[in-house]
Each structure stands twice: as C-alpha cells, then as structure tokens.
Ligand binder design. Structure first.
Ligand SMILES: *[C@@H]1O[C@H](CO)[C@@H](O)[C@H](O)[C@H]1NC(C)=O
Ligand SMILES: *[C@@H]1O[C@H](CO)[C@@H](O)[C@H](O)[C@H]1NC(C)=O
Length: 379
C-alpha cells in the first residue's frame, strides 16, 4: 500500500515535471554550481555599505528607486550585473559577504567592494577591499563552510555544502578603478608599466584561487572607459582627442592594452594549470556594440548619464543625487524620465537595464574567449 502510494506520487511528480517542461517558454539553465563574485562597484551588492554604513552614494536616493523602491547599496537605479547573472542561473538576488542580517549564501556569495582595485590597496578609506583581500575573505568563507560541515554534519541552512562550493563558478570584474585612478589621479603615467602591474595582481589572485581549489573562472575585461560620460567629462580635461566612436582615444587605448595583456595571461595560465574553465568575458565588446548600435539595446542616449546635470554628457561636479549651483542656477542631479534609454546611470555605472544586457551577453556564451558553455560550467 505504502509502496503503491510512493509510485503514484512519483508518477504524478513526473507528469507535472513533463507538463512544466512543455509549458516553460524559455529554456532555463539548471545550475548546480554556486556563483562567487569578486569585483568593484558594478558588482557590489552591499559590501561597502555593510563595512562602512551611510557613506556611499548608493545608499541614498535616487539609487535603487526603480527596482527596490529604496536605495539598496547598489550603484544602479535597480539591480547590478552580478544580480542578473545570479538570476539567470536561477538563484535570485545576491547577498554581500559582509551582510550579517539574514544572509543566504546557499547559491553564492559576493565579495565585490565599490572603489576597490585589482592591485593591493595602498590608499585611503574609500578604497575598500582590493582583490587580494577579497580572495582572502573567500578563503575564510571556505574554511567556515568546511567547519560547519564538520561540526553540524551537513545541516546547512544558508551555506552551500563544501562539495557544492567546490563546483563554484567564479566571476572576477576588476581593474576599472586601477585605470580610473590612474587617468584621473596621476599627472602622467606609462601605459605599459601600469598595465603590467595590474596584470601581475590578476596573476597572483588567480594562482591563489587555483591553490584554494577554484577551477571555473570567468574573468571580465575592462569596458571602454573613454566612452563613459564620467570619463568623457572629467578625463577630457587632460586628453581631448576623440576616436572614431567619439570616445576619449587615450583612455580606450590604455584599456585595450590591458585587455590584450589579460587575454595573454589567461592563455598562459590555461596552458600551465588544469582548470575546468578559465575564460575572458569580453565586456568591452558588449559596451562598444551598444555605443555603435544603441537601438539594438533600446538606448537613445549612449553617451549621456541618466542621473546627472549639465554639460554635453550630463555630468558635472554635481553628482547623481546632489543639488548645487550650475551657471548661477540651483539645480539637482536626479533620475531621468526613462533610464532604459541610457547605458549609463550616473556617468560611471550602468543603468539597471544595461546591467541586464551585460549579464544576458555573458549568459548567452557568445562573448567568451576561448569559448565556454554556461550549462557545462553549471554541471
Ligand atoms: C598582494 O597581496 C597578496 C596577498 O594578500 C600578496 O601575496 C602579494 O604579494 C601582494 N602583492 C604585492 C605586489 O604587494
Ligand atoms: C540629464 O539628467 C536629467 C536628470 O537630472 C534628465 O532629466 C535629463 O533628461 C538628462 N539629460 C540628458 C541630455 O540626457
């Protein structure tokens, strides 16, 4: 009798699965691998706010209003790229590693820290957790997961099991601030010396992650900083020459040099070590495509910030959320009427809609070098 019931339940479950399968319009990735993220503000889901509350623009309106209806410690009008990668894998919004209030790390953990660099942090309070510190935080996280397994025999409520964590997909997005700080902060710089030091930081962190057992790694390259409203406005004080895309030529060639060296590093590490996957995600190509073909992305103003005020690129000293005097008039930099018509939210960070396009490009598998299938990485 009990056996009969079990069979019936199984048959019904199978039927339901079949029905759901047929009725599901889009094929969903079924992912067994948690998502582990390292990065800076474009990936930060609350790390800096947890470490140093009420000191980031992302904690004040109009940040977050379009999706969360309140600031959500994300540099966006809504969700950020890491959220959309996580959602695409079937996991929902991410939690920051330092989030101590009701966090859920079963399907992933996010170490991204706004303002951080790939190179070891040497400076100020605003440079939070550089890549080497994020990697050390991950080592501690791994150790805690292991100790929960040992002490509580696998009663995991909000953590992945060690086995599941060992399959993680790691996504690294770093170096935007290394180059941003160089462009805005240094009177002069040598491109090759700068790139070499940044690539050395990537190499040391990638080797460390490998030694910690990480085997699936997606490393993003750097987007064309010279095409962003912030660098078009502020960086142009030192370098005015524009390239054929109307972007600051000097900054984009610095980024291109980084991207070619990053690819060489990845090729080298693939030959030397045995990864499951180690690839570059060509974020730069996605961004340039949107600058050249904005309508493909529903964008009308590829070179302007949605939340800003003044100037050709809608960026001035009065940053998103602030009020000030511009040309003798009191003005406020606030949210534009239709954020989806912009690539850039505040001059530096993507709008929620463009962050979604970036994550979709990553999940589509079309921008990896060498190639990678997300469904294979999920196994
Ligand atoms: C950066 O930090 C890591 C570990 O925290 C260390 O192994 C490495 O030597 C440091 N690199 C430099 C250039 O100081
Ligand atoms: C600039 O930002 C404001 C919000 O402060 C918005 O209303 C306006 O449409 C934007 N201008 C341009 C040219 O995009």
């Amino acid at each position: 009798m009990g056996g009969g019931l079990t069979v019936k339940v199984v048959v019904i479950a199978l039927l339901l699965q079949g029905v759901v399968g047929i009725m599901t319009p889009r094929r969903r990735v079924r992912c067994r691998a948690p998502l582990v993220v390292f990065g800076a503000s474009m990936m930060d889901v609350g790390e800096n706010a947890a470490a140093h509350p009420f000191s980031s623009a992302s904690e004040f309106p109009p940040y977050g209003l379009d999706y969360f209806k309140a600031p959500a410690a994300r540099y966006s009008n809504g969700r950020v790229i890491s959220d959309f990668i996580s959602i695409g894998l079937g996991y929902g919004l991410m939690d920051a590693y330092l989030n101590s209030v009701n966090p859920r790390f079963t399907n992933g953990v996010n170490f991204a820290s706004s303002g951080s660099t790939a190179r070891n942090s040497t400076q100020s309070s605003s440079a939070f957790f550089s890549l080497d510190i994020q990697v050390r935080q991950y080592r501690l996280f791994q150790m805690k997961v292991q100790s929960v397994q040992t002490r509580h025999r696998g009663r995991f409520i909000y953590l992945p099991t060690p086995l599941r964590l060992s399959r993680a997909i790691h996504v690294i997005m770093q170096a935007h601030n290394d180059y941003g700080n160089t462009i805005l902060g240094q009177a002069s710089y040598d491109p090759l010396t700068t790139v070499t030091s940044v690539i050395a930081a990537f190499e040391s962190s990638l080797r460390e992650l490998y030694n910690m057992g990480a085997r699936t790694m997606i490393v993003m390259n750097v987007l064309p900083l010279g095409c962003t409203p912030g660098y078009l406005t502020n960086g142009a004080r030192r370098s005015k020459a524009l390239d054929e895309d109307s972007c600051v030529a000097e900054f984009n060639s610095l980024v291109d040099l980084h991207n070619s060296h990053l690819q060489l590093l990845i090729n080298h590490l693939r030959e030397e070590l045995v990864w499951k996957e180690l690839v570059v995600f060509d974020l730069n190509a996605v961004y340039i495509d949107a600058v050249r073909h904005p309508s493909k992305y529903g964008v009308k103003y590829p070179m302007q910030a949605c939340c800003g005020v003044g100037g050709k690129y809608n960026v001035s000293e009065i940053l998103c959320g602030n009020t000030g005097v511009l040309n003798g008039k009191e003005v406020q930099a606030w949210r534009c009427a239709n954020p989806t018509e912009y690539i850039s939210w505040d001059g530096l960070h993507p709008t929620e809609s463009f962050a979604k396009h970036i994550a979709a490009a990553l999940l589509s598998g079309k921008y990896f070098s060498p190639s990678l299938s997300i469904s294979d990485a999920c196994l």
